[in-house]
Every structure is written in structure tokens, then in C-alpha cells.
Design a protein around this ligand. Structure first.
Ligand SMILES: *Cc1c(COP(=O)(O)O)cnc(C)c1O
Length: 368
């Protein structure tokens, strides 16, 4: 349906393509739902932590009431974990909400936003949704070229998005490079470092971006409870930034953007160290399982620091879509990335050992 209503930049938006839900694939391909394996949305294959389930069961009693609009308990838990005051925290309906809020709070129509080629697609959507101009900077080895990104900042640039690790490529920027970038960025440009996969980084790669927040008033660090914490369906994310930026984000967010079950579950999950550790272990093992198979099949992949791998499944531009369809017919859902300009590749989420094995077996058969 075409319409002349609304601004041109909104009409030109292409909606975000999410991973196919299990029930939809079952309907489309006539498959048994219980046999379908979903490795398409970087969800935690362990599901949610038991601690979060119990917290939600208790919170159900109060569901007739509005959630705490200020998220006091959740902010207190985040504050304790990261050592930042509560007025440095913004809660989001998933971190996707945080990314959108940043675009709305800091960018006017026709001003520009800088992000990387192969950067998370939501950056492009959030930019276009506010009528801003995108400055997409060519990737270096599938990752961010921070020097080129610093150089690309224009007079009218108000926002830079960086994902570390990046989705869908899994690339990682070491702390020293990021810090040098932050020093090079003019103070009137807000930088969002989106750390959706931070919890999967090994100890030697971990860095405390919240320390940089103390130094750089134009920095926002974004985190999510959707990946390692296993709460994707609840939609909880948060931002850490100095009060100057946090105050603006809070003015434009919906007052009840994080529901009460989500708040209760997030508080429990944040301090569930055992679950987080297990998630990282399962991921490290599953990642090995996948790349060993790719090696033995002679497939090229981008070494990943997240809970997914980008793998090249053919040399022609139909390869990604073709192999994706063949996998769907076998009840395995992965993510085609043609919309990222990567039509020869698929992004596969690291699953449980048996899920990875089923995917590998199917891939072997398909590729012959
Ligand atoms: C998954 C993801 C998010 C968004 O996750 P939410 O569920 O909205 O919190 C944000 N950034 C990146 C890079 C992601 O991969």
C-alpha cells in the first residue's frame, strides 16, 4: 500500500528483518515445531536463568499495577554492579530502545550520523527514522575502521554508533583503539558504544567502558539483557552515560518503557554470576565446535567474539539465500545477511552442542 502521508524518509524505511520465529517456519514448511532448531537471533541457547523465572513469578502478583517508571530496583542493581550513580542510567525496552532514543535525543533531520559498513542494521534504521543523513564508513576486515570513522565526522555529525563486538560480523575492537577514538571525537558528537555481546569476551579482552563514561561526557555505553543474560523476550537494555546525556534520554523515553516482570527478572539475572559463566562456557565450546566444522568443510568464516559466526557458504550472490532455504526445509533457522550486503554469507548463532551438530550435519548434506 503506498501513501503520500508522512515524511519521505519514513516512507523510504525498510523494516528490520528479524530472525524467523519457530512457529512461522513450522507453518510455512509443514514441520514439527518441537524439532525446529533456531540459531538465528543470537539468543542464549540455555534460555532464561532460573533466578529470573522465580523473580518473575513473585512479580506477577503486582501485575495490575503500573511498573516503577524510574526502575529504582533495577537501576540500583546496575549501579552496584558498575559503580555508577543511578542518574547515570537509562533503562530501555531492549537496547534497541536505547539506540532509538539516542538518535531522537541528539540528532535533527538532515544532520548526520556515522556508523560502519556491516555495522548493526538498527543504526541505519534509527538514523533514517529521524530524517538524518547516514555516513557509512567502509569496513576494514569486516570490522570498524576507527581512523576512517573519526575522519568521516562532519560539521553536522551529532552521533556515532559503534558495536563492540559487532553484529553480524563478530569483530572486536581492543580497548586502546576505542579509547584513542574517543579522544579524537569532538565533544559535540555523542558516541554510542553498543556492547550487546560484552559478556562473552574472555577475561583478557574485557575492558571497563564505564570508566570512560567518567572521562567523556559525550559517551553512552549500551548494554542488553537479551543475549548472555537470556532475557530476549522480556526486552531489557540499559545505557550508562553522564547526567547530561542521561537526562535527555530520559525525557524522551516512554515513562513505562520497561515492564514490571522485565524489571524483576533483570535484577535477578544481573547478579546471577553462575548463569553468566555457564553461558560463556557453553558459547566458547559451541563456537569451537562450529569453526572446527567450517575448517573441515573448507569454509571461510570471520573469527567471532560474540555468540554467533559469519560463515561464507558459496561464491555466488545467491548462495546465502539458497543455503538458508535448504536449511529451513530441514528445520534449521539461521540468518541470511544479504540485507547487510553479504549475500554469500550466513550468520549462525552458537547453540547447544546437539543443535550445533544438527546444523553442521545439515550444512554438510546441503553443500554436498
Ligand atoms: C541484539 C543486539 C542489540 C539489541 O538487543 P535488544 O534485544 O534490543 O537489547 C543491540 N545491538 C547489537 C549489536 C545486537 O546484536
Amino acid at each position: 500500500m503506498s501513501t503520500s502521508l508522512g515524511p519521505e524518509y519514513v516512507r523510504a524505511l525498510a523494516p528490520y528483518q528479524a530472525g524467523k520465529p519457530i512457529a512461522e517456519v513450522a507453518r510455512e514448511f509443514g514441520l514439527d515445531e518441537s524439532k525446529i532448531i533456531k540459531l538465528a537471533s543470537n539468543e542464549n541457547p540455555l534460555g532464561m536463568p532460573e533466578s529470573a523465572r522465580l523473580a518473575m513469578q513473585q512479580a506477577v502478583a503486582d501485575i495490575g499495577r503500573y511498573p516503577d517508571a524510574n526502575g529504582f530496583d533495577l537501576k540500583a542493581a546496575i549501579s552496584a554492579k558498575y559503580g555508577v550513580p543511578q542518574d547515570w542510567i537509562t533503562l530501555g525496552n531492549g537496547s534497541n530502545d536505547i539506540l532509538e532514543l539516542a538518535a531522537h535525543a541528539f540528532v535533527q533531520p538532515k544532520q548526520s550520523v556515522v556508523y560502519a559498513q556491516y555495522g548493526f542494521l538498527v543504526y541505519a534504521l534509527a538514523t533514517q527514522a529521524v530524517g538524518a543523513r547516514a555516513i557509512e564508513v567502509k569496513a576494514k576486515d569486516f570490522g570498524h575502521d576507527l581512523q576512517a570513522m573519526a575522519a568521516a565526522i562532519a560539521d553536522d555529525t551529532r552521533l556515532v554508533f559503534i558495536a563492540n563486538p559487532n553484529n553480524p560480523t563478530g569483530t572486536f575492537l581492543p580497548a586502546a583503539e576505542l579509547e584513542a577514538f574517543l579522544k579524537a571525537v569532538p565533544q559535540h558528537v555523542v558516541v554510542v558504544i553498543d556492547e550487546a555481546y560484552n559478556e562473552y569476551l574472555s577475561a583478557d579482552l574485557q575492558y571497563e567502558s564505564t570508566d570512560w563514561v567518567r572521562t567523556f561526557p559525550n559517551l553512552i555505553v549500551s548494554r542488553t539483557m537479551s543475549k548472555a543474560y537470556g532475557l530476549a523476550g522480556l526486552r531489557v537494555g540499559f545505557a550508562i552515560g553522564q547526567p547530561g546525556v542521561t537526562d535527555l534520554l530520559n525525557r524522551i523515553r516512554q515513562p513505562f518503557n520497561v515492564n514490571s516482570l522485565a524489571q524483576a527478572a533483570a535484577v535477578a539475572a544481573l547478579t546471577d554470576k553462575a548463569f553468566l559463566q555457564k553461558s560463556a562456557e557453553v558459547n566458547a565450546q559451541g563456537y569451537k565446535q562450529l569453526i572446527q566444522a567450517f575448517d573441515s568443510l573448507g569454509l571461510t568464516y570471520v573469527p567471532s567474539y560474540g555468540n554467533f559466526v559469519l560463515v561464507k557458504v558459496g561464491d555466488d550472490d545467491g548462495a546465502g539465500a539458497r543455503v538458508n532455504l535448504a536449511l529451513l526445509r530441514k528445520g534449521i533457522i539461521v540468518r541470511p545477511v544479504g540485507n547487510y550486503g553479504l549475500p554469500q554469507w550466513l550468520r549462525v548463532t552458537v547453540g547447544l552442542p546437539e543443535e550445533n551438530a544438527a546444523f553442521i550435519a545439515a550444512l554438510k548434506t546441503i553443500l554436498g
